[in-house]
Design a protein around this ligand. Structure first.
Ligand code: SAH
Length: 213
């Protein structure tokens, strides 16, 4: 494989900065994190390409640009408590942890949960907390969260997640009435009010659960 540091530099320059992401902490995390260690070895050579990749169980690791766009829209500051629904490979959680967030992530598929847990152990990234559960119910014991990010697409905004969002707080979730085609919805909670903004089209795998498909 070509030098990963050079591949990451190209990825950041051509896929991320070129499309308008400017948050220095996001760009720094994307430059530093070894994305090729979050995919199966046979696909490592494709890890820095401009698209999602299969991670098994019919799931995918998100495209680098989408990971950076969501990380920027979330406006994460060091020390913030962040809940992620849809651990998958663990890459998005690792990016948020690298940005200094205190990350809690939930995955519903056992095999992916154990693989991600091992990955964080091997990388000695002990700051990410993982849970095997239906993330549409949130992670009640650790609530409230300054930020919530859902990396799978559902038919509606799960009420438990809005309840577990701090005030002030920001949450991102892909919502769509058809599968694999959603709008990225930004939910802002401020002074008891909840405001939703559509941030454009995205294509995520299904959010499956009590408040999902
Ligand atoms: N953030 C991931 C993207 C993984 S794809 C990454 O960086 O690799 C979305 C993941 O959401 C899949 O692994 C899928 O199993 C998981 N998922 C779907 N519904 C879920 C639910 N209700 N709770 C937790 N995880 C869920």
């Amino acid at each position: 494989m070509v030098d990963p540091v050079r591949l990451r530099e190209r990825m950041v320059c051509e896929q991320i900065e070129a499309r308008g992401v400017t948050d220095a902490a996001v760009l720094d995390a994307m430059r530093k994190l070894p994305r090729h260690l979050f995919v199966e070895e046979a696909l490592a050579y494709k890890a820095y390409s401009d698209g999602p990749l299969p991670i098994g169980e019919g799931q995918t690791i998100s495209q680098p640009y989408i990971v950076s766009l969501m990380s920027e829209l979330l406006e994460v500051q060091p020390g913030m408590k962040v809940l992620e629904i849809g651990t998958g490979s663990g890459y998005q959680a690792a990016v948020l942890a690298q940005m200094g967030a205190d990350v809690f992530t939930v995955e519903r598929i056992k095999k992916l949960f154990f693989a991600a847990r091992k990955r964080f152990m091997d990388m000695r990234m002990f700051s990410v907390k993982l849970k095997l559960d239906d993330g549409t119910m949130g992670w009640v014991d650790e609530a409230p969260y300054d930020r919530i990010i859902v990396t799978a697409g559902g038919p509606e905004v799960p009420e438990p997640l809005v309840d577990q969002l701090a005030d002030p707080g920001r949450m991102l979730i892909p919502i769509g009435s058809s599968k694999r085609f959603q709008s990225l919805i930004l939910i802002e909670k401020r002074d008891g009010e909840v405001i939703q903004t559509d941030k454009g089209s995205v294509a995520f795998v299904d959010l499956v659960g009590q408040h999902g498909w």
